[in-house]
Design a protein around this ligand. Structure first.
Ligand code: PNS
Length: 171
């Protein structure tokens, strides 16, 4: 009998992708045949980067991991999972403060689609404090974010902030 391909989805805003996200991508990609990193399109948060920019940064920093694909989605995560034959949702857990929201989300998703299970990876300790929001805050006030995001992303953040300071704006 042919073995069914195990497909996982790692969803998020990734605005921008951090070293903590990359750590979860590297570890979870070893647990599945294919990992789709999926950027949410219809977030209510006001983003620093457009979805296309976030997808492009994710593609660049994961280009050496063969079973990782980058995509974006709108609407319900379980619908995107079903459309891609994915049965596993991957999320990172940093601290107990993440837990309530993550539990609620995973239970809601499971009620909506019993074929999809969420697995949680505990974030590596060195990244336990890290979030895209704090990275943005540090960057906007001119701080060094090279400890927090991959070097490719550091340059993109600098470019973006320069563009915003020169009067550009983001959709
Ligand atoms: O990185 P984030 O912002 O914490 O990711 C949140 C995300 C994208 C996983 C979540 O908002 C999501 O799955 N949104 C899609 C809409 C959906 O399916 N909602 C129902 C689950 S509560």
């Amino acid at each position: 009998m042919e073995k069914e391909m195990k497909i996982g989805i790692y969803p998020g805003s990734f605005d921008p992708v951090t070293k903590g996200h990359l750590d979860i991508i590297e570890r979870s990609s070893k647990m599945v045949d294919k990992l789709i990193v999926a950027v949410l399109k219809n977030s209510s948060k006001s983003p620093l980067f457009t979805v296309e920019e976030r997808v492009s940064m994710l593609k660049e920093i994961t280009k050496d991991i063969p079973n990782v694909e980058i995509d974006s989605f709108s609407g319900l995560l379980v619908d995107f999972a079903e459309a891609n034959n994915a049965t596993i949702i991957v999320r990172g857990l940093r601290a107990v403060t993440d837990f309530e929201y993550e539990l609620q989300m995973s239970q809601t998703n499971r009620i909506m689609d019993e074929n999809v299970d969420t697995i949680f990876l505990t974030t590596s300790l060195e990244y336990a404090y890290l979030s895209s929001s704090t990275v943005k805050e540090v960057a906007i006030y001119g701080g060094d974010v090279s400890k927090f995001v991959p070097s490719y992303v550091v340059d993109k953040i600098k470019d973006k902030i320069n563009a915003l300071n020169n009067g550009g704006h983001n959709e």
